[in-house]
Design a binder for this molecule. Sequence first.
Ligand code: ZN
Ligand code: ZN
Length: 162
Amino acid sequence: MKNKLWKQKWAAIFAMMFILSLMYIKTFSPEALEMVEKKTKTNQRCAMCTVPLAGHENTRFSIVTKRKKKIITCCARCGLFMLHKLKGRYERAQIRDWPSNKDIDAKTAFYVTGGGNIPCCVPSTISFAKRLEAEAFQKKYGGQIYTFDQTLQNIEKIIKKY
Ligand SMILES: [Zn+2]
Ligand SMILES: [Zn+2]
């Protein structure tokens, strides 16, 4: 059992490294940000990994930038990555509460990361308005529960390795 968990962990880490190596990981320059804002005008694809957004409604992460432009990503994994790149140049961020499928403030949400239920990107990052519901989900599928700040810090740690 323990062995299997380790294998899953390593599989998740390698998948993440692979995805990250495909991404442009620096903070956006003002020009790059403008390009992203323009490109996501139609909001049909994830602004980070470009997966079509149709079918990802229950994990959707939306950001309103300082210029009042909306950026949408497929899930919290891509959304938090985007926030890292924006470096504070956003007004608000919303994520779906997994149980109710309603938009909630991304900053107050709890995130279960690396669990066995993978609706979108790896490692899966699923968000909850209530800690109790995150815990129930964790019992079922495993993973770690993090706050917004902790999840963002984790992403920054991963990025710093490159
Ligand atoms: Zn994405
Ligand atoms: Zn995703």
